[in-house]
Design a binder for this molecule. Structure first.
Ligand code: OXD
Ligand code: MN
Length: 644
């Protein structure tokens, strides 16, 4: 029998049989599957070599952030079943995680410094500290040695060069993440700026070293659920602020694995900011233009899942107002030479809580994720769309859905929640219809007001203004909120979340407060005014007293008018509150302003004392004395107040 007879579909003369030898880069025995190892700066080559030696991946893939690269990875993940294409939208995908890997794991998140009290405050004896977890570097090394050696066996190691903030901006910082999760690579591509340009900008300068592994070396020892490798029993997220290094193991969930976000842009960056004299904060940034055309920028810190994304993208109900978003989660702020506080959003995308997001609550977010987006732990409709709690009026009843737990039912039928309460959308910020034209301004935008807030069903007025910068720091230190699903805490307890930074502090919270208090010490700085808002106050029957969402522009308008010095406030024990009638309530229907702004004496006496106890217990001698003094003044003012 001849060869030609065996393979009749190709003529023998057309058969390609020559063999080409190509040069394949290898680091040790490990092949470089993509990219040029030698094009990376020397310090990065050393870092990556070290990672290869430690974690023993089967190959190294140097990412360039391109669309072609993303498509290659998406095809792989679709084939494997990790991603499901949502055919209703262009280039968008659903991912269901292992149900045990759905949120940040604060109890397994540590900061490691030789001196414990550099990281955590002196808590009262017998009290468990909640402002950060410390572990000594030696003890941590034992934990890391149990996890990292060989942890990428049989997996590809992706090397991700990324910039937090516009590439090359003086306010930006560079990181390099290695990871064995290509889902993480896809999300990092949405949330940060990945580009080979990062290598040029980096040169021989310092970068943040980010090491992430799902903790499932091959052959895999545990049952992998939903094609989502992870290792929930052994999750560990370790930060080494001195070395500017992060090591995260066992979880693929965003806050634990997209290391540019909470780990770098808040925990490590807060330490860099301390050292360099700026601020890394859990804050949105938005530009507000009132009808007179004079735009001002606000930043706002609310605890996780308290509506930062909604406020950042508000569709204002008052005619003639415009809101444009710069960022919805993190702000890096620095005083410039002229003494103006300038803010950048270090991120490039939105990683928002999906449940509750709809065309009523946040149409701009909805429009941001109509293409090129990833949805994690949401439900899928039979017509290839996403579904979550809150979309009841936007998806037809009776539509078949597959829940985040892979259960099928028709919409309207009873059943457990279709999406996980911490289900997320991940999309490019540039797709937001109201993205600010200056959102990537390398100099940042000037901040006029800093706003704190939380979910406070009782006692806390809609808005009040700090009496001074120091008083504003005290207000920030006393931020509390109902617990939400963003971390592993459950239930409806009111939790302290000072400066909305409790889970994200990179160093001793008392020292952090002092860092804030030191800001005015440099002459010539123009300090923004500080405010506190509460959209969530309820009446006796549990009904919200304030409609919230787009109507919040009325409060923001009052804030901006205060920043311009309008005489529309009266002093109270907790700060300046609006003079009656000074917030535009036109067309709102009946609002119980009296209750909305009331300050029940006994509520506030208890609250002030409880805040003081919290700081005494949790921050102790590290608390700057001025904070206690301001709380004492507040208490004394309520003691002197007639009973109401
Ligand atoms: C977030 C959070 O994901 O704060 O932004 O948890
Ligand atoms: Mn957040």
């Amino acid at each position: 029998m001849t060869t030609a007879n065996m393979y009749p579909d190709i003529k023998e003369e057309d058969l390609v049989t020559e063999v080409h030898e190509i040069v394949l880069q290898k680091v040790g025995h490990v092949p470089v599957a993509k990219g040029d190892f030698m094009k990376m700066p020397k310090s990065v080559r050393i870092f990556v070599s070290h990672c290869i030696q430690l974690m023993k991946p089967r190959g190294v893939y140097i990412c360039d952030g391109s669309e072609a690269e993303a498509q290659e990875i998406i095809h792989k993940l679709e084939e494997r079943g990790t991603l499901t294409r949502l055919t209703k939208y262009k280039n968008s995908y659903l991912c269901r995680t292992d149900p045990e890997d759905v949120a940040r794991v604060e109890s397994k998140t540590f900061i490691c410094t030789p001196d414990k009290y550099e990281t955590v405050p002196h808590v009262r004896e017998g009290v468990a500290g909640i402002l950060g977890h410390w572990m000594g570097p030696d003890q941590m090394q034992v934990e890391l040695n149990d996890r990292f050696p060989g942890c990428m066996a049989g997996r590809m190691m992706y090397v991700i060069p990324f910039s937090m903030g516009p590439i090359g901006s003086p306010l930006s910082k560079i990181g390099v993440q290695v990871t064995d999760s290509n889902y993480v690579l896809l999300c990092m591509r949405l949330m940060t700026r990945i580009s080979p340009k990062v290598w040029e900008v980096l040169g021989d300068k310092e970068f943040v070293k980010c090491i992430h592994s799902v903790g499932c070396p091959r052959p895999v020892q545990r049952v992998v659920k939903n094609h989502w490798p992870c290792n929930p029993e052994n999750v560990l997220i370790a930060h080494f602020p001195h070395e500017r290094k992060i090591k995260s193991y066992g979880s693929g969930y965003g806050g634990n694995s997209l290391l540019g976000k909470k780990c770098f842009a808040l925990r490590i960056a807060s330490v860099i900011a301390r050292d360099e004299g700026w601020m890394a904060e859990h804050m949105l940034i938005s530009g507000i233009t009132p009808p007179n055309g004079e735009e001002m920028f606000i930043t706002a810190a609310f605890p996780s899942a308290c509506g930062k994304t909604n406020l950042a993208m508000t569709t204002p109900t008052l005619p003639g107002y415009k809101v444009q978003v710069v960022g919805d989660d993190i702000a890096w702020m620095r005083f410039n030479k002229k003494g103006e506080l300038r803010a950048i959003n270090p991120e490039a995308g939105f990683f928002g809580v999906a449940p509750g997001t709809n065309m009523q609550t946040n149409p701009n977010a909805m429009m941001s994720f109509q293409e090129n987006s990833i949805f994690t732990n949401v439900a899928e409709t039979a017509d290839g769309g996403y579904y979550w709690e809150g979309l009841e009026d936007e998806v037809p009843k009776g539509m078949a859905i597959k829940t985040w737990l892979n259960e099928t039912r028709a919409l309207g039928q009873p059943g457990p929640p279709a999406s996980h309460p911490n289900a997320r959308f991940t999309c490019p910020a540039s797709q937001c219809p109201i993205i600010h034209p200056r959102w990537e301004d390398p100099e940042g935008v000037p901040v006029s007001a800093i706003i704190f807030g939380g979910r406070r069903p009782k006692g806390v007025p809609l808005v009040f203004e700090a009496k001074s910068w120091e008083h504003g720091v005290m207000i920030g230190a006393c931020v509390k909120s109902e617990a939400t699903a963003a971390a592993e805490f459950k239930g409806k307890k009111i939790m302290h979340d000072p400066m909305a930074m409790r889970p994200f502090m990179g160093y001793n919270f008392g020292h952090y407060l002092q860092h804030w208090l030191d800001m005015p010490k440099v002459p010539g700085r123009k300090l923004p005014k500080i405010f506190h808002v509460n959209w969530f106050r309820t009446d006796e029957s549990g009904k919200f007293l304030w409609p919230g969402f787009g109507e919040n522009i009325r409060v923001i308008d009052w804030i901006l008018r205060r920043c311009k010095g309008e005489d529309i406030a009266v002093e109270s024990p907790i700060g300046f509150i609006p003079k009656p009638g000074s917030i535009n309530m036109e067309g709102l229907g009946k609002i119980n302003e009296k209750e909305l702004f009331s300050m029940p004496k006994h509520y506030w006496l208890d609250d002030t004392r409880e805040s003081r106890r919290f700081l005494e217990d949790q921050v102790g001698v590290d608390t700057p004395p001025i904070i206690f003094k301001l709380l004492e003044d507040q208490e004394a003012a309520f003691v002197a107040m007639p009973d109401n």
